[in-house]
Design a protein around this ligand. Structure first.
Ligand SMILES: CC(C)=CCC/C(C)=C/CC/C(C)=C/CC/C(C)=C/COP(=O)(O)OP(=O)(O)O
Ligand SMILES: Cc1cc(O)c2ccccc2c1O
Length: 348
């Protein structure tokens, strides 16, 4: 009964949003009993509308959209490399490719939510509390994940018709990405046996960049693999900082991550390598080939405070801040490639 009452209260408050119904804006629970006559229908409709809104918001949150830049920058990079080679990009192919990668990434995040919850890894203080706080039911997450994987398959079928890439090559990269996104926490659960970092390094780097490049140019090449390196290292820094922050709770849950294996001191060394090696590569590219490759160096002022925070073991906000750095560094890298004079960069 108390539960019914608080549910009714939620509906009353949510129903007042945007409906301009003054009677419902007081925040007072007029009980689950609807008001008389004409407003009964309005009340019912606003209840349904607010239910739908809340559910949609819960689904969007479960995807953890803050992390999507990590899969969009490799798509931009692969397409920029194709642009440098061919002098043009197919915008429709670019859009469908971006949706495919986003959808597979989102599905991977949902699989991660489901398995981390079933294995008791996520808790009240976790980043991802979709299931812990009962915002969605496990079955909702499973269904949504299946829906996204199906949507991904639909998108890749569309790409088959839009691109000249051979079916076996398209399937190889796509199903490589799809299996990685599932196996990260599903099946063998690569994340739980300290292999999560390798999965992230490969999928968010060479694999996604190669996918975006191949669907544009119509063939596989080593070029995107080489150019993916700085971005992949920086993206792995997001996961590594996440795993360093969660080291104690992960240990308690009985899983093994690279951060747990190497401990806090070496984790700090590794984080620095992941953050600063890309800048060394940009310096080499800028001095030996073309100055536009110095553009990502503009993000260095964001990197130094992260190093300091990691050193003082204030991990709480580092993953989100590293994600911001990753987005900006990735965008500057892409602009640097687009602005490079023809023939000035290796292999391009
Ligand atoms: C090439 C194609 C077609 C697709 C590639 C698409 C991508 C990038 C897929 C990667 C999917 C993947 C591995 C998702 C997992 C994402 C991830 C790192 C989740 C976070 O895991 P936790 O380490 O548990 O972090 P939390 O503690 O925040 O839950
Ligand atoms: C949710 C989540 C969390 C992360 O720490 C990620 C790190 C790298 C790439 C993707 C990530 C992600 O999707």
């Amino acid at each position: 009964m108390a539960k019914e009452q608080s549910r009714a209260e939620t509906y009353v408050l949510a129903g007042s949003n945007g409906h301009g119904d003054q009677q419902w804006q007081t925040g007072v629970n007029h009980s689950a009993r609807p008001p008389p006559a004409h407003s009964a229908l309005t009340w019912r409709m606003s209840r349904v509308a607010s239910d739908v809104r809340q559910k949609c918001a819960a689904y969007v949150l479960a995807l953890r959209p803050w992390s999507f830049s990590a899969s969009l920058t490799p798509v931009a990079l692969g397409s920029a490399l194709a642009y440098k080679l061919d002098g043009s990009v197919d915008l429709v192919v670019l859009m469908v490719c971006a949706v495919t990668v986003l959808v597979v990434h989102g599905a991977g995040n949902l699989v991660n939510t489901y398995y981390d919850f079933s294995k008791g890894i996520d808790h009240k203080k976790s980043d991802d509390r979709t299931l812990v706080d009962e915002i969605l039911a496990p079955q909702d997450v499973v269904m949504f994940g299946a829906l996204l994987y199906s949507l991904g398959c639909l998108c890749v079928t569309l790409l088959y018709f839009l691109s000249t890439l051979r079916l076996e090559h398209l399937a190889l990269i796509y199903f490589g990405g799809l299996s990685s996104s599932f196996l990260y926490t599903g099946g063998i659960g690569l994340k739980y046996v300290a292999l999560g970092d390798v999965v992230i390094l490969i999928t968010f780097g060479p694999l996604a960049v190669m996918f975006a490049h191949a669907v544009q140019v119509g063939y596989l090449s080593v070029l995107p693999l080489v150019y993916a390196v700085p971005l992949a290292l920086n993206t792995e820094a997001i996961l590594h900082s996440n795993n360093t922050r969660d080291m104690d709770s992960d240990k308690q849950a009985g899983i093994v991550t690279l951060a747990i294996l190497i401990g806090p001191t070496l984790s700090y060394v590794l984080y620095n390598l992941l953050i600063f090696v890309p800048y060394v590569l940009f310096c080499i590219l800028a001095t030996r080939y073309t100055i536009s490759m110095a553009l990502p160096l503009l993000t260095l002022p964001m990197a130094f405070p992260l190093e300091r925070q990691f050193r003082s073991r204030c991990y709480a906000k580092i993953p989100q801040k590293t994600t911001k750095l990753n987005l900006l560094m990735g965008l500057f890298y892409v602009f640097g490639i687009i602005l490079a004079p023809p023939g000035s960069l290796p292999l391009l």
